[in-house]
Design a protein around this ligand. Structure first.
Ligand SMILES: N[C@@H](CCC(=O)N[C@@H](CS)C(=O)NCC(=O)O)C(=O)O
Length: 211
């Protein structure tokens, strides 16, 4: 498999975690979002939306959208499941994933921020906007997590796959996690887990040596 990815992209980071948790080998193909490579014709032929991640699977088909890619991996490689067997528990995990993937991350995506800047918002306003959406989202996630273990149980799963990259973005945009002890507990578990370490932005070949 080949993953079109950018080291700092939280959506790519989700897929990298899912691949690593499942022990799946893949080749990383870096798309430099800062340099605008996502809008180059060659990449638009891969993903007409011009976003990462995209995953080229065996047989050559390209899948887009991290949620769809992760669900594909879950169905195709069910060993090391990311979703529990119980339908209600699956819905809880998907709820946290959607909260982060639909209601937080899109509001601080590069193209959305550039649109805000284009509408005349100054950088301080843009940074406030980012921090507000991340803080509101994480405050809600905190209420949805279990009191011990990973987000929703003793093993890492879909909710963790979404939460950890969002925490990387929180740190990048100076959102403090101090008010959220459950989230801090999950972050500490991920910091000591090899699959999460392998997927971390700093471990990617396209990451600059000083971030
Ligand atoms: N809903 C998409 C979001 C993908 C997305 O927005 N990716 C960002 C990086 S995290 C991107 O490629 N941004 C480039 C741009 O907005 O120009 C997913 O989950 O895959």
């Amino acid at each position: 498999m080949q993953l079109y990815t950018y080291y700092r992209s939280t959506s790519s980071y989700r897929v990298r975690i899912a691949l690593a948790l499942k022990g799946l080998a893949y080749q990383s193909l870096a798309v430099n979002l800062l340099a605008g490579e996502q809008r180059a014709p060659a990449y638009l032929a891969v993903d007409p939306q011009g976003r990462v991640p995209a995953l080229r699977v065996e047989g050559g088909q390209v899948l887009i959208q991290s949620g769809a890619i992760i669900e594909y991996l879950e169905e195709r490689y069910p060993q090391v499941p990311l979703l529990p067997g119980d339908a209600l528990a699956r819905a809880r995990a998907r709820g946290i994933a959607a909260l982060i993937g639909c209601d937080v991350h899109p509001l601080h995506n590069v193209s959305v921020l550039n649109r805000l800047r284009g509408l005349g918002q100054d950088e301080a306003q843009v940074q406030d906007w980012i921090r507000a959406w991340i803080s509101d989202g994480l405050a809600a996630v905190e209420q949805l997590l279990e009191d011990s273990g990973w987000c929703l149980g003793p093993q890492p799963g879909l909710a963790d796959v979404y939460l950890i990259p969002q925490l990387y973005a929180a740190e990048r945009f100076s959102v403090a996690l101090a008010a959220w002890p459950r989230i801090q507990r999950v972050a500490a578990l991920a910091a000591g887990h090899p699959a999460f370490a392998q997927a971390h932005p700093a471990a990617q070949a396209d990451a600059p040596s000083v971030q």
